[in-house]
Design a binder for this molecule. Structure first.
Ligand code: M1P
Length: 252
């Protein structure tokens, strides 16, 4: 196992959320962020931990991101890579079982069918390794429709009401419903939030774990890791602020 001795601070890891922290939501990383990450990697160990699945992160952070970052954590760490090599993990469907899963999905699809929305597109439930992602408008919407839904949701609280209905109907399922992006929310077993990724680095013995995220408020999908006792959390509003803070903290 690499012991990171090529870094100035081999016992420090810096983890980043993706959407809103390294990139704008569902958009690509800029050269400015890529450059600062390269400089940071000389000093410390670096990783990302996003809610999205790996295909979206490869699009946003670049096709080689699982090698460029020392640790790559998709779906909160339910899909994980160390130095480009995949690590063993758990799966949502194995955890929940087909019977309970079918009841959950049937409820979701019926709820969406009854929703009165200006536009509906396709892919309302995205089945992932460590979670499902539910989108009332559907993940196939265009960028313009994505922005329209986000604005509509701010007024009508479509996702908040949906999550409430699910919490009531499935109170015995031990599930967490997390609104982390613009058009959807993630559903995963309670505890499989972003702190899950810390299991993959426990054995490395890092003395300092930094985390940068934008949804660090209670209810946001960065909250649990941001407030974790072993983590030094940094709250940012956009990638520009991430760069600014990195320059200040790490003297880059
Ligand atoms: O990384 C934050 C979220 O990004 C996407 O959300 P949305 O498509 O709603 O903007 C999703 O991939 C979601 O799973 C993820 O948590």
């Amino acid at each position: 196992m690499a012991d990171w001795q090529d870094r100035e601070h081999p016992d420090t890891i810096v983890l980043f959320d993706v959407d809103g922290t390294l990139t704008p939501a569902r958009r690509d990383v800029t050269p400015e962020v890529t450059e600062i990450l390269k400089a940071l990697k000389k000093k410390v160990v670096i990783g990302f931990v996003g809610g999205s699945d790996i295909s979206k992160q490869l699009e946003q952070l670049g096709p080689n991101c699982i090698n460029e970052f020392d640790f790559a954590f998709s779906e909160n760490g339910l899909t994980a890579y160390r130095s480009g090599k995949q690590l063993a993990s758990q799966s949502f469907i194995e955890w929940i079982g087909e019977e309970k899963y079918t009841k959950l999905v049937d409820f979701i699809l019926k709820y969406i069918a009854d929703l009165d929305l200006p536009k509906k597109r396709g892919c309302f439930v995205e089945f992932r390794n460590g979670m499902i992602n539910v989108s009332p408008i559907g993940r196939n919407c265009s960028m313009k429709e994505r922005a329209e839904f986000e604005a509509y949701d701010k007024i009508h609280n479509i996702r908040t009401k949906f999550v409430l209905a699910l919490k009531n109907a499935f109170s015995d399922y031990s599930l967490t419903f997390s609104i982390g992006g613009q058009i959807s929310f993630d559903v995963f077993p309670t505890g499989w939030d972003k702190t899950y990724c810390l299991k993959h680095i426990e054995a490395e013995g890092f003395k300092t774990i930094h985390f940068f995220g934008d949804k660090t408020y209670e209810g946001g999908n960065d909250y649990e890791i941001y407030t974790h006792p072993k983590v030094t959390g940094h709250s940012v509003n956009n990638p520009g602020e991430t760069v600014k803070k990195l320059k200040e903290i790490f003297n880059i």
